[in-house]
Design a binder for this molecule. Structure first.
Ligand SMILES: Cc1cc2nc3c(=O)[nH]c(=O)nc-3n(C[C@H](O)[C@H](O)[C@H](O)COP(=O)(O)O)c2cc1C
Length: 254
C-alpha cells in the first residue's frame, strides 16, 4: 500500500490513484478494440461543464503520421512505439452546431468557452488514463504535440472550434518506475484562505525531498529538484505560437 494512505477510510480506487506513474515503455501487446472503447466510455463518464461534452479523441494508428507527431513533439519515441496513441481535442464544434440550430448564433471565441472545453477534455482524459491503469495498462500524456499544433490540425483534419490539447500513449507497461512524490497535502490544501506566507518554505522543503528522489531513484538519476525542473519546463516551453493558432481556429478571441 502506498505510504501516503493515512485515513482508515480508503478504497481500491484511492490506492490505484496513488500508484500512478507515467509509462513510456510498453510490451509488444495490443489493446483490444473492446478494451479501448470501454476506456473511452469511462472517460465520457467524467463530469462536464454544463454537460457540453466538449471533447473528441483521435486514435492514430498510421505509422507515418505517428512518426511526424513524435518528431514534432521533440523526438518522443514512445509515440511511435505505444500500442495506442490518442490525440485529445477540446471540441466546441458540436456545441456550435447546437447553438446555430437553436438560433443562438455562432460561437465568437469567448475565453470562457475555451476554458470550459479545455477543462472538459482534461477531465475526460484523466478518467481514461485512470480506467486504463485500473486494468493494468499504463500511459503518458503528451503535451509535446503543442510544439506544432498546426501540423496536428492538418494531419488529423481538425475543423475550426477544435484544438489538439495533448496526446496520450497507452499500452501494457514494460517497466515499473517509482511513484514521484507530490507536494504534501498541507501545501496544496489551504484552510479558509490562501496561505501565501507558507509558499516559500513549502517549495524549499519539497525541493529537498525531490532532490533526494532524483538522486536515488532506480533509473534516470539526476542532480536536480522541483524548482530547477519546473523553471526550465515553464520558461523553455512558452509555445508562443499558441495564441495565434487558437485564434485561427476561432478560439480565444474575446
Ligand atoms: C498535460 C500533460 C502533458 C504532458 N506532456 C508530456 C510529454 O510531452 N512527454 C512526456 O514524456 N511526459 C509528459 N507528461 C507527463 C509528466 O511529465 C508527468 O505526469 C509528471 O512528470 C509526473 O510524473 P508521473 O506522471 O510519473 O507521476 C505530461 C503530463 C501532462 C499532465
Amino acid at each position: 500500500m502506498p505510504s501516503e494512505i493515512f485515513s482508515q477510510n480508503t478504497s481500491k480506487t484511492i490506492e490505484l490513484m496513488l500508484q500512478h506513474r507515467s509509462i513510456r515503455q510498453f510490451i509488444d501487446k495490443e489493446i483490444s478494440t473492446l478494451d479501448l472503447e470501454q476506456l473511452i466510455l469511462a472517460g465520457q463518464a467524467a463530469a462536464s461543464s454544463s454537460f457540453i461534452q466538449a471533447y473528441s479523441v483521435i486514435r492514430v494508428t498510421d505509422k507515418d503520421v505517428r512518426a511526424q507527431i513524435a518528431e514534432a513533439a521533440g523526438g518522443q519515441k514512445w509515440i511511435n512505439e505505444a500500442p495506442e496513441f490518442l490525440v485529445y481535442c477540446a471540441d466546441l464544434k458540436r456545441i456550435e452546431l447546437a447553438c446555430i440550430e437553436q438560433g443562438e448564433g455562432k460561437l465568437e471565441g469567448h475565453t470562457e468557452h475555451f476554458l470550459a472545453a479545455t477543462v472538459d477534455v482534461a477531465l475526460f482524459a484523466q478518467n481514461v488514463l485512470l480506467a486504463a491503469e485500473s486494468i493494468g495498462l499504463g500511459g503518458v500524456y503528451i503535451g509535446g504535440i503543442r510544439n506544432n499544433p498546426q501540423l496536428l490540425a492538418d494531419l488529423l483534419d481538425l475543423p475550426d472550434q477544435v484544438y489538439p490539447a495533448f496526446g496520450m500513449c497507452l499500452g501494457w507497461p514494460a517497466i515499473d518506475p517509482e511513484v514521484k512524490p507530490r507536494f504534501p497535502v498541507a501545501s496544496v490544501l489551504h484552510q479558509e484562505k490562501y496561505q501565501i506566507d507558507n509558499v516559500e518554505a513549502d517549495v524549499a522543503a519539497y525541493d529537498d525531498q525531490m532532490k533526494e528522489y532524483y538522486e536515488s531513484r532506480d533509473s534516470n538519476t539526476r542532480l536536480s529538484d522541483w524548482s530547477t525542473q519546473t523553471a526550465k519546463a515553464v520558461q523553455l516551453k512558452k509555445r508562443e505560437h499558441m495564441l495565434d493558432f487558437l485564434q485561427q481556429r476561432g478560439l480565444l478571441k474575446c
